[in-house]
Design a protein around this ligand. Sequence first.
Ligand code: NI
Length: 167
Amino acid sequence: MALLDIIHYPDPRLHIPAAKVECIDDATRKLVADMAETMYAAEGIGLAATQVNVHQQVLVIDVSSDRSGLRVFINPEILRCEGASVNQEGCLSVPGIYDNVERAESVTVTALDEKGSRFTLNASGLLATCIQHEMDHLQGKVFVERLSELKQNRIRAKLKKRQRKAA
Ligand code: NI
């Protein structure tokens, strides 16, 4: 396993839409294992392949408190959305920025796991929020792009300043 580099907003590579995985093979399973290791090392609850500059529809999520509940979603599709709920979100690609985003309160999602088996999951609360956040990444969308233009400008300015300082 290996730690992968997470790309940071406003990197334009975060806007590349991910392609469907055609064949789930050992390379896919290595990507999943590396993404999980990277997510845990960064203390995140979800990671999309887009964030490690791999433009395939692969997500890893673990919203459990003891980090034992890894879930893998390959080619995920939302079958049903219900309700609305506003929650504070953050993102490993937008370090240090947290803001409220409105999402569906519950979703039904179907996807393949790393063995290629299809499953369908009803999710609500944090897991539902996380699935929607990560699926946005696969479409090239970062959560801050759901905020007002004013907030987006402020966040971009803040992150660019921080990146300049770090350089
Ligand atoms: Ni994110």
